[in-house]
Design a binder for this molecule. Structure first.
Ligand code: ADP
Length: 403
């Protein structure tokens, strides 16, 4: 097949992130971000091919996703990478919620669109934006396959014992209440990249992946298949995150409603937007939190300690779920950059075979690397995630023999 370019789109409610990749070698031809779509001043940041080296930014109002994608197409055309090119093999869309149904990347047709729409009640913030992105891109290039890559797909291998909540089965099923998990594209990519770093195949290793970004989740990956993950029905469950609480007694909600007089929407906003690190200390950027800790700030220290305590509990839990662990992999903004988080998360776990070498942990690099002492029973690794490359790879694998 001659067409080898894949456009990856990640549509949020008021943003559009994109990357154009050449799948002959996975190289990035261009990338960028449109923010504040539909607001008074929008922002388009476009990074052209590496050889160009310039970043173009514009700040004019961009009314909707349709206008945003057209603006992106204009930028790409200026670089000789127009989306009308016969080189474009497919568009790969990040779709947050695929429910139980979508276990793999899927070429989008009307039935797929209808199913993504049917899942809106369980992903009210994300799926509508993803649908808008799909419709916009389809209108622009109706002749090119549009592929959905689901954040939930990698987790559909979880056994029922991990995926079900212990609540009345009929009620749960009637409302599709179960644990779906998210960040699946990242967990899939990083668990495979970790196996590669160890010189093994994914089927030969058990890996605990810690995706620590602004959103954060852990997963237990057994021989390449996810067997447990920390996010649940929504991305609220599990680890302490930038603005989300992660695990909390569900009765906190009843209490805040009955005793605190808060509405369900207020509690939703509290737990999703004003909790986690930001709720604990006012900052959600780990760099700022570390700076405050160095100055002796006690609230920042407490926020850090709560974050680490939860992380350590999940490492222990997934160690037990897997029975044997070959590697623990840190990834995403915090996992890739915050050496103190990595050191604190495994401190005291030497009897489980887990340790971090301080000198290796302090090294800053863009490549996947080991940070455990030589000869450790369990490898501890930093493995940069690349969700866009993974979406493009899955998209291209699906379409390359069909057009
Ligand atoms: P998102 O979930 O938005 O994709 P990222 O994976 O990009 O998030 O992670 C963003 C977070 O990574 C920031 O909020 C910050 O806490 C953390 N981070 C980024 N760079 C560093 C760094 N150099 N040191 C410590 N933390 C960092």
């Amino acid at each position: 097949m001659s067409a080898t370019r894949v456009l990856v789109l990640n549509s949020g409610s008021s943003s559009l992130k994109y990357q154009l990749l050449d799948m002959r070698d996975g190289s990035r031809l261009a990338s960028g971000l449109v923010e504040r779509i539909g607001e008074r001043s929008s922002r388009l940041k476009h990074t052209p091919p590496a050889t160009g080296g310039r970043i173009r930014e514009q700040s004019e109002p961009i009314a909707d996703h349709d206008a945003a994608l057209k603006a992106v197409a204009e930028e790409l055309a200026r670089d000789g990478l127009g989306l009308d090119s016969p080189e474009l093999a497919a568009v790969g869309h990040r779709v947050v919620h695929g429910g139980k149904h979508f276990t793999r990347p899927t070429v989008i047709d009307d039935a797929v669109l209808a199913e993504i729409e049917r899942l809106i009640p369980v992903a009210p913030l994300h799926n509508p934006a993803n649908l808008t992105g799909i419709r916009t891109a389809t209108a622009l290039r109706p002749d090119v396959p549009q592929v959905a890559v689901f954040d939930t797909a990698f987790h559909t291998t979880m056994p029922e014992a991990a995926a079900r909540y212990a609540i009345d089965v009929e009620t749960a099923d009637a409302h599709r209440v179960r644990r779906y998990g998210f960040h699946g594209t990242s967990h899939a990519y990083v668990s495979r990249a970790t196996a590669k770093l160890l010189g093994r195949t994914p089927e030969e290793v058990n890996v605990i992946v810690l995706h620590l970004g602004n959103g954060a989740s852990a997963s237990a990956v057994e021989k390449g298949r996810c067997v447990d993950t920390s996010m649940g029905l929504t991305p609220l469950e599990g680890l302490v995150m930038g603005t989300r609480s992660g695990d909390a007694d569900p009765a906190v909600i009843f209490h805040l409603a009955r005793v605190g007089g808060m509405s369900i929407d207020e509690i939703d906003a509290l737990l999703n937007k004003r909790s986690g690190l930001v709720g604990l200390c006012g900052d959600n950027d780990m760099r700022e939190i570390r700076r405050r800790i160095d100055e002796g700030d006690e609230r920042a220290q407490l926020a850090f300690d709560i974050y680490i305590h939860r992380l350590k509990k999940y490492i222990g839990a997934y160690y037990a779920v897997l029975g044997r662990v070959d590697a623990v992999a840190f990834t995403a903004g915090v996992g890739e950059n915050a050496a103190p988080v990595r050191a604190a998360a495994v401190a005291g776990l030497e009897s489980l075979g887990l340790a971090v070498d301080d000198a290796l942990n302090a090294v800053r690099a863009d490549e996947a690397r080991l940070i455990s002492p030589a000869g450790s029973r369990v490898a501890v690794a930093v493995v940069p995630t690349d969700e866009e490359l993974e979406i493009a790879t899955q998209t291209y694998a699906l379409v390359k023999n069909t057009n």
